[in-house]
Design a protein. Structure first.
Length: 325
């Protein structure tokens, strides 16, 4: 069952620093079994003055960038509309986009020797910008899926872990797909986690269990009030964002973690580019360089998402399987 509520944007706190719940390093098996994450709290800079981690151009990699991009001198990178801390969100000036995805975008551009044109759009519009040629790359927690690979190329840079955020006083257990039966679950629109919930509902119905009532939200922050008021039982979203928000509220917790590709594959987050536009290989090599020179790890540590680290960037690895329609 689906409902699409009329949503209203909720403002992110404008405090310069907040308490962030960081997750400890874990194996992919741990991330897909719904275990609690080992977590610590730390202060994080949310100001517009980010003092971003930087790196140098690598001529051998930059030379592989197609000539049209080198002639232009810029790479246009689009991403979500700034509502998903700590991945991509607005700083305390309400206009500067910051977060781990933004840091990676700048670093990749630097390795390629290109200036960055950082764009902001709602989730569905990002793909439209890639299709139309208005943007060159989409960096905003994009999961590699088999369906997306039909139109786009991916260079991976993070593991994709999803989590359920719930109120602490609910005492819910959400460690496996059948646990969603009969519950009201919120999820972001047109995301792979929505696709997973649909698949789990189909499996539960086939097994004689009640379906979950799935409520779809256009913006990440739109689930905050429904969750706190009890209109939904849980929200299923990216683990880093769920951990961040749970720490802010003090009333919520993350009770399960799953691979973003489901049980069949290791979920991975990738830089999305238009298929065969020549950018995916140099971007993948740029990410490998960041891993080798240590700046990649610095970004993960800065935003407390080290449990999503990868050892190497892969081009178009197996992704979330296509669902039956």
């Amino acid at each position: 069952m689906f409902t699409r509520p009329r949503t209203a944007t909720l403002l992110i706190s404008t405090l310069a620093t907040v308490t962030l719940l960081g997750t400890a390093c874990g194996s992919p098996d741990e991330e897909s079994t719904g275990q609690h994450s080992g977590a610590t709290t730390s202060s994080i800079n949310l100001s517009a003055e980010q003092n971003r981690i930087s790196t140098d151009k690598v001529d051998s990699i930059a030379a592989k960038v197609p000539q049209e991009f080198r002639d232009r001198g810029t790479i246009r990178i689009t991403g979500n509309a700034g509502t998903a801390p700590p991945l991509r969100f607005y700083a305390d000036d309400d206009k500067t986009v910051i977060g781990s995805e933004t840091d990676f975008a700048y670093l990749i551009a630097e390795v390629l020797g290109l200036k960055i044109d950082l764009q902001v759009a709602d989730w569905a519009q990002n793909s439209v910008r890639i299709d139309s040629g208005d943007a060159d790359a989409f960096i905003s927690n994009v999961t590699v899926t088999e369906e997306r690979k039909e139109k786009y190329d991916f260079a991976t840079y993070r593991l994709d872990t999803l989590a359920f955020e719930v109120r602490k006083d609910r005492n819910l257990s959400l460690e496996k797909p059948e646990d969603i039966a009969g519950l009201k679950i919120g999820v972001g629109a047109a995301t792979n986690q929505e696709a997973l919930l649909v698949k789990w509902n189909e499996d539960n119905l086939a097994a004689g269990r009640a379906p979950a009532e799935i409520t779809v939200y256009q913006k990440t922050t739109d689930y905050y009030l429904p969750l706190s008021s009890g209109r939904i039982d849980a929200y299923f979203g990216p683990n880093p964002s769920s951990q961040f928000h749970a720490a802010q509220t003090g009333e919520n917790e993350v009770i399960g973690q799953f691979s973003g590709a489901g049980e069949a594959a290791l979920g991975q987050i990738g830089v999305l580019v238009k298929k065969d536009n020549g950018l995916v290989q140099p971007i993948s090599e740029a990410i490998d360089h960041l891993i080798e020179n240590g700046t990649y790890e610095q970004v993960l540590e800065r935003w407390k998402i080290t449990n999503e680290a990868v050892d190497k960037s892969l081009v178009n690895p197996p992704g979330l399987p296509k669902t039956n329609k």
